[in-house]
Design a binder for this molecule. Structure first.
Ligand code: NDP
Length: 316
């Protein structure tokens, strides 16, 4: 049977700073990359407001605008940018095959996975209602807007402690909403949080909802749910930060690509190489530690350079 699949030299999956930066570098290296934007074109930055920590923007830049600029920069060098969500991958034989939207199959000599990670939310309707109006999953991105205000961080892991610490340098008061009677974070992080006068840990509390007229003004919590002394408590806050973990978007690759125990892609040393030759990873999908736009962009650059060198090595 005739093979009607499209064949490309470099396939990039994902459209955050990692994906677009990979596209800019791969285009300029004449790899004629094809980039599929995925479920959330522009990635996680499109859900934040102002980005003030990306070098080169002294006045800050709107998240959507920055992603539009990166997309246009990639297009300027003729990257082929398309709508579509990767739904299956087969890295068992070369060329590698990735299916988009359940039907279109692309065959690729190199693949750059830049599918990112998704912050977990509690699943409360109020999180959507107040999105961008007091609800955030990134203290480093949005903390600055809460100078001298009151905020809450949900979660009791290392991320929650780090976010609470970070926010305590800006906000007047930080609550941590922790569902158990102890923190899961490492001992050193726990100690820092417990020793911090600005942070109040609300153990055995869960969030029922948020309230406020033009943005978050408070949260309704339930203390010791299911116990005889269960009670509801309102706290006055301007910001509500989720820090209950991220989920890397790696489900369709897990049969071929080595992942850590949480599901992040493992790369070799300081390179973007995965365990499959010709398949590279960039951005949050391979980074549980930094998760910043600038580090994602840098790793997209590395992935494209690694892909170019791989093609030279195999003589393609
Ligand atoms: P974790 O999975 O370690 O912690 C998640 C926290 O959120 C837990 O306290 C958990 O509660 C809570 N949680 C989860 N779901 C809900 C829910 N539905 N309602 C309320 N609370 C909830 O995630 P992290 O992002 O903190 O860390 C991920 C990994 O990254 C860890 O291995 C961590 O050590 C590492 N890390 C390391 C850092 C460092 O070394 N500097 C910094 C940040 C992360 P419960 O405990 O009850 O399950």
């Amino acid at each position: 049977m005739e093979n009607t699949n499209e064949r490309v030299r470099c396939l990039i999956i994902g459209s955050g700073p990692a994906g677009f930066t990979a596209a800019i570098y791969a285009s300029r290296a004449n790899l004629s990359p094809v980039l599929y934007e995925g479920m959330q074109p522009g990635g996680q930055l499109t859900t934040t407001t102002e980005i003030e920590n990306f070098p080169g923007y002294p006045e800050g830049i709107d998240g959507n605008q920055m992603m539009e600029d990166l997309r246009n920069q990639a297009k300027r060098f003729e990257a082929d940018i398309r709508w579509g969500v990767a739904t299956a991958a087969d890295f068992s034989t070369k060329p590698y095959k990735v299916t988009f939207d359940g039907e279109k199959v692309i065959e690729a000599d190199t693949v750059i996975i830049a599918t990112g990670a998704t912050a977990k939310y509690l699943g409360l309707p109020d999180e959507a209602k107040y999105a961008g109006m007091g609800v955030s999953a990134c203290a480093t991105c949005d903390g600055f807007f809460y100078r001298n205000k009151r905020v809450a961080v949900v979660g009791g892991g290392d991320t929650a402690c780090e976010e609470a610490e970070y926010l305590s340098k800006l906000a007047s008061k930080v609550y941590m909403i922790v569902r158990k009677n102890h923190l899961r974070a490492s001992k050193i992080m726990q100690q820092r949080v417990l020793d911090n006068d600005k942070i109040e840990v609300l153990f055995e509390h869960e969030t029922l909802g948020l309230f406020g007229e033009n943005g978050v003004e408070g949260a309704k919590l339930i203390k010791r749910r299911g116990h005889s002394d269960e009670e509801t408590v309102d706290i006055a806050i301007d910001g509500f930060f989720l820090a209950i973990g991220h989920k890397p978007n790696t489900d369709i690759f897990k049969d071929y690509i080595k992942l850590d125990e949480v599901g992040y892609i493992l790369t070799e040393g300081t390179s973007a190489r995965t365990n499959v030759p010709g398949v590279f990873a960039a951005g949050d999908v391979a980074d549980p530690h930094y998760r910043q736009a600038v580090t994602a962009a840098a790793s997209g650059c590395k992935a494209a350079i690694d892909a170019e060198r791989y093609l030279i090595e195999i003589g393609e």
